[in-house]
Design a protein around this ligand. Structure first.
Ligand code: BES
Ligand code: MN
Ligand code: ZN
Length: 498
C-alpha cells in the first residue's frame, strides 16, 4: 500500500473516496464542513443530525458523486464526542473506514485531518488504524478470500508547517503497522507449522533484514546454562525448544540502560499432563503472542532507531503430554538456582519465563518488561479490555502505563501485596508453579518476581487481550497485536528521556 500526504485542498484530492469524521452534535456551519456542505449542494445539512448520522462512532454514510469535490465518493463517519476524541478513537475509525471502503471497492482512500491531536502521532495512528483494519486472517482460505485491495492511503488537511511531522508519523505508522500484522500472522499460524524452530527462523529473517543481531539457543546450550525450568516444559514435546535472543545496539546510546523485552513463546499449550479440556484448545496456538509481540517490537525498533539498547528474548516451546513429559510433583531447578515444585503442568508459561528473565539479567538487562498470555484469570478480572500489569517498581509501571495511554492502549495495574506470595509456597521446594484459583493472575506475577529479583521489572498479562473473539468494524476476529505499539512507544520515550 502506498502511503502519502496530499497538500491539495481536500476537495482537490484525487481518490476513490474521501473520509470525513463527524462529531456528535456537530453542525456543518463553519470550516471544512461548511465548505463541504456547499460543495455538495447542502447534503451535509440534510444528513448530519439525522438518525443515520448522529456522530456516534458506529455511524457512517456513504455517498456517490458528492458534488464539487474531486474524490468520487464521500464517507462520513461518526467520531463520537469531540471532547472524548483520542488516538484510540482515531485508530478505530480509520480502521472501520478502511474496511468499509474496501468492501465498496475503493482502491485509494483519503482521510481529512480534523482533530487537534498531535500531528505526528495522529498521522501514525491513522496509518496503524488502516493497516490493522485491513488485515485478514485468510491465508488458509481457498474460497471467500478477501481479494479486494486498498492500494493507496492519503492524508490531507495538513498545513505546510506540519508536513514534516506528518510524514514522520506516516512512516512510523507503516513500520509499526507492518510489525503488528507480522505478529498477528504468526499468532494465527497453526502450531504444526509454527514450531519453536520456525519461530526462530522468522526471528533470524527479521534480524537479517533489519540489522539486529540474533542468537538462538538450542536445548544443549540451555542445558549448559542450567535452564531446568524451560527444559522441563519442553521435555514432553518432539519439537526442540529455542531461546531466541534479538539484540538492538545503536552506535550512540544515550545511556547505559539495556531494556529487555521477554515474550512467552508457547507455540501450543495443551496443558501437558494436566491436560486442558478439548473445548477451545485449538486457540492455544496463540500462546506465543508474547513472543510474537517481542519480535514485532524489535523489528519496529530496528527501523525507528531510538538511541537506547534493547534486547528481545523469546523462550519458545510446546507444552505437550507424552511419556517424557514433566509431571505434577516434579521439582525443576531454574537457571537462577531456585527450585520449583510443579503442581500443575499447565502453569508452564511462568516456567519458561523464569529462565528467560534470568538470562536477560545475565545479558545485562537493567530493566525488564515481560509479556505473556499467562493466565485465564486475567480475562475474568479485566475481560478483553485491559492488559493486566504488575511489577516491582512503581515509577517504571507508571512510565509504561503512560506510554500505553499515549498510543491509546489500556493497561490496568493489579496489586502485589506480600500476602499473595504465601499462595505459592511449596512444602518441598523454594516455590511452586501454581497458587490455585484465587488471584491467579497475581500469584503468577509473584512467581515471575522471584526471578526478576532486584532488576526493575514489569509483567504484562495479555491472555485476555491478545485475541479478539468477535469481528469488529475496525478489525477482523483473531489476534490483535496488543502491546506492540506501547512497547515501541515506551522504548522511544525512554530514549528521548535520556
Ligand atoms: N496459556 C494459558 C493461559 C491462557 C488461558 C491463555 C486461556 C489464554 C486463554 C496458561 O499457560 C495456563 O494454562 N494458565 C493456567 C494457570 C493455572 C494452571 C494456574 C490457567 O490460567 O488456567
Ligand atoms: Mn498452560
Ligand atoms: Zn500457556
Amino acid at each position: 500500500m502506498k502511503i502519502r500526504l496530499d497538500s491539495n485542498k481536500f476537495y482537490d484530492v484525487e481518490a476513490d473516496a474521501l473520509v470525513v469524521s463527524i462529531y456528535e452534535n456537530e453542525k456543518p456551519e463553519d470550516g471544512v464542513l461548511k465548505d463541504l456542505n456547499e460543495r455538495s449542494g447542502g447534503l451535509l445539512e440534510q444528513i448530519i443530525g439525522t438518525d443515520e448520522m448522529r456522530g456516534k462512532t458506529v455511524d457512517s454514510v456513504f455517498i456517490h458523486q458528492p458534488g464539487k469535490i474531486r474524490a468520487r465518493r464521500l464517507l462520513l463517519i461518526g467520531a463520537g464526542k469531540r471532547e472524548d476524541f483520542s488516538l484510540e478513537t482515531l485508530v478505530k475509525y480509520t480502521g472501520s473506514a478502511a474496511r468499509l471502503l474496501r468492501s465498496k471497492g475503493a482502491r485509494s482512500i483519503a482521510f481529512l485531518r480534523r482533530s487537534s491531536l498531535n500531528v505526528e502521532s495522529s498521522a501514525e495512528a491513522a496509518v496503524e488504524g488502516v493497516m490493522i483494519g485491513l488485515f485478514e486472517p485468510d491465508a488458509y482460505r481457498t474460497n471467500n478470500k478477501e481479494e479486494r485491495r486498498i492500494d493507496e492511503l492519503i492524508l490531507t488537511g495538513i498545513g505546510p508547517e506540519s508536513e514534516s511531522a506528518a510524514a514522520r508519523g506516516l512512516e512510523r505508522g507503516r513500520i509499526v503497522g507492518e510489525a503488528m500484522n507480522l505478529a498477528r500472522d504468526l499468532a494465527n499460524e497453526p502450531s504444526s507449522t509454527l514450531t519453536p524452530t520456525r519461530l526462530a527462523e522468522h526471528a533470524v529473517e527479521s534480524a537479517n533484514k533489519f540489522g539486529l543481531s540474533v542468537d538462538v539457543l538450542d536445548p544443549a546450550r540451555m542445558k549448559e546454562l542450567g535452564m531446568g525450568a524451560l527444559l522441563g516444559v519442553a521435555q514432553g514435546s518432539d519439537q526442540p525448544a529455542k531461546l531466541i535472543v534479538l539484540r538492538y545496539s545503536p552506535a550512540a546510546a544515550v545511556n547505559n540502560e539495556v531494556i529487555a523485552i521477554v515474550g512467552k513463546g508457547i507455540t501450543f499449550d495443551s496443558g501437558g499432563i494436566s491436560i486442558k479440556p478439548a473445548d477451545g484448545m485449538e486457540k492455544m496456538k496463540y500462546d506465543m503472542s508474547g513472543a510474537a509481540a517481542t519480535l514485532a517490537a524489535m523489528q519496529a525498533i530496528a527501523q525507528l532507531k531510538p538511541p537506547v539498547n534493547v534486547i528481545g528474548l523469546m523462550p519458545a516451546s510446546e507444552n505437550m503430554p507424552s511419556g517424557n513429559a514433566y509431571k505434577p510433583g516434579d521439582v525443576l531447578r531454574a537457571m537462577s538456582g531456585k527450585t520449583i515444585e510443579v503442581v500443575n503442568t499447565d502453569a508452564e508459561g511462568r516456567l519458561i519465563l523464569a529462565d528467560a528473565i534470568a538470562y536477560a539479567r545475565k545479558l545485562g538487562a537493567t530493566r525488564i518488561i515481560d509479556l505473556a498470555t499467562l493466565t485465564g484469570a486475567v480475562s475474568i478480572a479485566l475481560g478483553a479490555v485491559n492488559v493486566g500489569m504488575m511489577g516491582n517498581n512503581q515509577v517504571f509501571l507508571d512510565e509504561l502505563r503512560e506510554s500505553a495511554r499515549e498510543v491509546g492502549e489500556r493497561f490496568w495495574q493489579l496489586p502485589m501485596d506480600d500476602e499473595y506470595r504465601d499462595l505459592i509456597k511449596s512444602d518441598i521446594a523454594d516455590i511452586k508453579n501454581s497458587g490455585g484459583r484465587y488471584a491467579g493472575t497475581i500469584t503468577a506475577a509473584w512467581f515471575l518476581k522471584e526471578f526478576a529479583e532486584s532488576t526493575p521489572w514489569v509483567h504484562l498479562d495479555i491472555a485476555g487481550t491478545a485475541w479478539e473473539n468477535d469481528r469488529k468494524p475496525y478489525m477482523a476476529k483473531g489476534p490483535t497485536g496488543v502491546a506492540i505499539r506501547t512497547l515501541v512507544n515506551y522504548v522511544c520515550n525512554h530514549a528521548a528521556r535520556k
